[in-house]
Write a protein that binds this ligand. Structure first.
Ligand SMILES: [Fe+2]
Ligand SMILES: [Fe+2]
Length: 286
């Protein structure tokens, strides 16, 4: 396939991606509306049984350390707030999309992209708390979706896997290798998917520039945070076939944030702890 035909095929695949489930889109809209009540949000989430079960499971994990077992969405909103419940709904929707694709060519285990993305979401939240506290929930969303482009590019990467690995110098394929062989990369494709899903521009930019935030228009902090969170989580190896991947932090990001290699490793420990306690279901009353 010539490069222009390849790009046309990729664009067609992006257009064919189904929209996010209606419940997810509704919940995302509702949580941005200050007039929405907990009862209304509960009504929308409760129409989806699997989603409700998952939200309750997450609420009852040790991470939140709640004094009692949460048994309804209304209670979840009361104890944890709209934004946290919104993040849970989004995580569930994204898991569903990611789990349908074979991402082994991208060095991901089965369900590895979900694991990696959730860890990056948590890391983004941890980092944004230090750099700009107001960004927390948007940073979580950016982390969750930063690699969404892989779901479209995976089949093209599979087709040129040997050459991509050779150019990358490791089984963890680099953005430069994707650009060279495919003429595009998973970050650019991801930002096109974000557009297709009508996500706000700051999110689209963070996804599109999570490997090179210095090139983003206005150099948004959200892209820097996503870059760092991805770097931290790659070192943990969550969801990666190869185990941990250590990449030096770019000069631009180190300067923009004052972070050093040591800061990044310390953050890794914090993120690992947070994820472990989220995974531990409290099991109280079950
Ligand atoms: Fe990426
Ligand atoms: Fe990533």
């Amino acid at each position: 396939m010539t490069e222009s035909n390849l790009l046309k095929a990729i664009l067609q695949d992006i257009r064919e991606i189904p929209p996010l489930p209606e419940v997810t889109t509704k919940v995302l809209q509702m949580t941005n509306d200050p007039d929405v009540s907990a009862a209304e949000l509960n009504r929308v989430i409760s129409t989806d049984e699997a989603l409700t079960a998952n939200v309750l499971k997450l609420c009852n994990s040790a991470y939140y350390g709640l004094p009692r077992v949460i048994s309804s969405v209304t209670q979840a909103i009361m104890y944890l707030g709209f934004q946290t419940v919104r993040n849970m709904v989004l995580s569930t929707a994204v898991d569903h999309v990611y789990s349908k694709v074979d991402l082994s060519a991208y060095n991901h285990t089965q369900n590895g992209l979900s694991e990696h993305s959730f860890a990056v979401a948590v890391a983004s939240q941890v980092i944004s708390k230090r750099l700009r506290p107001g960004l927390g929930d948007t940073a979580f969303t950016a982390g969750l979706l930063h690699d969404v482009g892989k779901i479209v590019l995976a089949k093209y990467v599979r087709g040129s896997k040997e050459r991509l690995i050779e150019l990358s110098g490791s089984p963890h394929i680099t953005r430069d290798a994707e650009l060279e062989i495919l003429g595009t990369d998973h970050a650019q494709v991801g930002s096109q998917i974000a557009d297709h899903w009508n996500f706000p521009q700051e999110l689209t930019l963070a996804i599109g520039y999570h490997h090179n935030p210095e090139d983003a228009r206005g150099r948004p902090l959200l892209a820097v945070i996503t870059y760092l969170a991805n770097n931290v989580v790659l070192r943990l190896g969550n969801g990666l076939l190869s185990g941990p991947v250590v990449l030096a932090i770019s000069e631009y990001c180190a300067e923009a944030t004052g972070y050093t290699e040591e800061t990044v490793d310390a953050l890794g420990e914090e993120v690992r702890g947070a994820i472990q306690s989220m995974a531990t279901a409290a099991n109280k009353g079950r």
